[in-house]
Ligand binder design. Structure first.
Ligand SMILES: O=C(O)[C@H]1O[C@H](OP(=O)(O)OP(=O)(O)OC[C@H]2O[C@@H](n3ccc(=O)[nH]c3=O)[C@H](O)[C@@H]2O)[C@H](O)[C@@H](O)[C@H]1O
Length: 447
């Protein structure tokens, strides 16, 4: 019988090799884990540095509110004035909110750096009311124009807080710091045709944002403020009865913008019904004027005419002219202030209704529709330059062919009266436009 092979040496050798392999792999593992560890520290430091460079306010400044996501969706995190909360901030808010006349109003104006928001905030402040603004400075149109409006307001003692209406902790904080008597809610995603390009922004601002505001006003604010907010002439949609009356049907919106404003009116009904919030909706009719919105036709046409660029003019399929009840900003401001002054107190508190509360809706229009082509003719005269017109049939873009307001209810209840015709209003707009952009280009040239 063959003896078994002597494996002792090979076994020893094998054990020795295994040991060496273990030691080596342990060394390799520990070396690589050291490397990995160092690399991860370096990567973390690099990330922190990058983050600090990109978002300094988030890391360096104390920041109220956990709801940064809602806030950051619309505005630049690089802006230097994103801080809120703290004693100094509260002092600023209270000072801006303090009325300078006996029984003056205390108004939170959302969308205060917007076109109508700026004018209303100024008018309120000038007559001695307390005003605090809120605006998210989004980039739907040139945010530098919004910043310029903010500077104008600041020179008149109105603070505009940089924040979003969907930021519930911020709204709660604001309504904690100041017992606002009124909220003038003008923050919204505006523009009829843009709704086809960015539908979600309309839901976020005009539906979710409105609900966020009404929730805080109804359940948290003590006392509950009265709410006056911006609806739109676009809710009349495919309505053909003219002039448009508040009694006409508004269940056929032609654009998503209109649908979200109509939804807002239904939401207003609910909060009035359940919580006793006093709510007034104002249907604005194509508001125009100095400090206006660059996305609107009269503004962008002015821009293009001066630069020799073509403009597109819509014409109804049957060849008739598209018309708008263009309404001058000063008239609309008077309507807004009339609505605030006649708003009754909300009746609820702590989310409980104590009795029936006021619920209103009014047209704020000019009562005199003008063909868009005529508006262009007035601009041509004021600018001393002919437009390069490109006329096309009104596309399926949510536009309606005609608007015309019946304002008898606003006249009766708010003392509203439109007194500015389109030629007069556009003259004031063009004067502002030329001055503003002249000053801006000189500033940029000297910078
Ligand atoms: O009352 C409202 O509730 C709305 O008013 C405003 O909407 P509109 O009346 O559509 O104003 P605006 O865009 O200035 O177009 C004016 C006219 O120019 C025509 N138009 C427009 C653009 C173009 O390139 N060509 C053209 O002919 C166009 O067909 C229209 O007939 C606000 O923007 C909106 O936010 C909302 O507040």
């Amino acid at each position: 019988m063959a003896s078994p092979p002597d494996t002792s040496k090979t076994a020893k050798l094998e054990r020795c090799n295994n040991y060496l392999r273990r030691v080596n792999s342990a060394k390799i593992i520990s070396a690589s884990s050291r490397l990995l560890f160092r690399a991860s520290i370096l990567a973390t430091v690099a990330l922190i540095l990058l983050f600090t460079l990109h978002y300094p306010p988030l890391l360096l400044l104390s920041h109220y509110s956990a709801n940064a996501a809602a806030r950051s969706s619309h505005r630049s995190l690089l802006s230097s004035d994103v801080t809120y909360g703290g004693a100094a901030w509260e002092r600023e808010v209270r000072s801006s909110a303090t009325p300078r006349r006996p029984s003056g109003l205390t108004v939170l104006v959302t969308g205060a750096a917007g076109f109508v928001g700026t004018h209303c905030s100024l008018a309120l402040k000038k007559r001695g009311d307390g005003v605090v603004g809120l605006d998210n400075f989004n980039s739907y149109y040139d945010p530098s124009l919004k910043r310029a409006r903010q500077s104008l307001l600041s020179r008149h003692g109105v603070l505009v807080v940089d924040g979003d209406i969907n930021d519930t902790p911020l709204l709660t904080k604001l309504l904690d710091v100041v017992p606002f008597s009124h909220v003038l809610h003008l923050a919204a995603q505006a523009g009829v045709r843009y709704a086809m390009r960015n539908p979600q922004s309309y839901v976020t601002s005009n539906v979710a944002g409105l609900v966020a505001l009404l929730e805080v006003a109804a359940k948290h604010a003590d006392p509950q403020p009265a709410i006056v907010w911006a609806s739109s002439s676009s809710v009349y949609g495919l309505n053909t009865a003219t002039p448009f009356s508040e009694l006409h049907r508004t269940d056929r919106p032609a654009s998503l913008y209109a649908a979200t404003k109509k939804a807002g009116e239904a939401i207003a009904h609910t909060y009035n019904h359940i919580y006793g919030l006093s709510i007034t909706g104002l249907r604005f009719f194509t508001v125009y004027g100095p400090w206006g919105r660059p996305d609107m036709a009269y503004f962008s046409f002015t821009n293009n005419i001066l630069r020799g660029k073509p403009i597109t003019l819509f014409r109804v399929q049957d060849g008739t002219a598209v018309q708008r009840d263009f309404t001058y900003i000063d008239d609309v401001v008077k309507g807004c202030l009339g609505a605030l002054d006649t708003a009754e107190r909300s009746t609820g508190s702590g989310g409980k209704k104590r009795g029936p509360a006021q619920l209103r809706v009014y047209n704020l229009g000019n009562t005199s529709p003008v063909p868009v082509a005529k508006m262009v003719g007035i601009l041509e005269e004021l600018l001393g330059k002919k437009a390069k017109k490109h006329v096309v049939t009104l596309p399926q873009n949510g536009d309606v062919p005609y608007t015309h307001a019946n304002v008898s209810m606003a006249e009766r209840d708010l003392g509203y009266r439109a007194t500015t015709d389109l030629a007069t209003g556009l003259k004031k707009f063009v004067r502002w436009y030329v001055e503003y952009y002249d000053r801006k280009s000189k500033k940029e040239a000297s910078a």
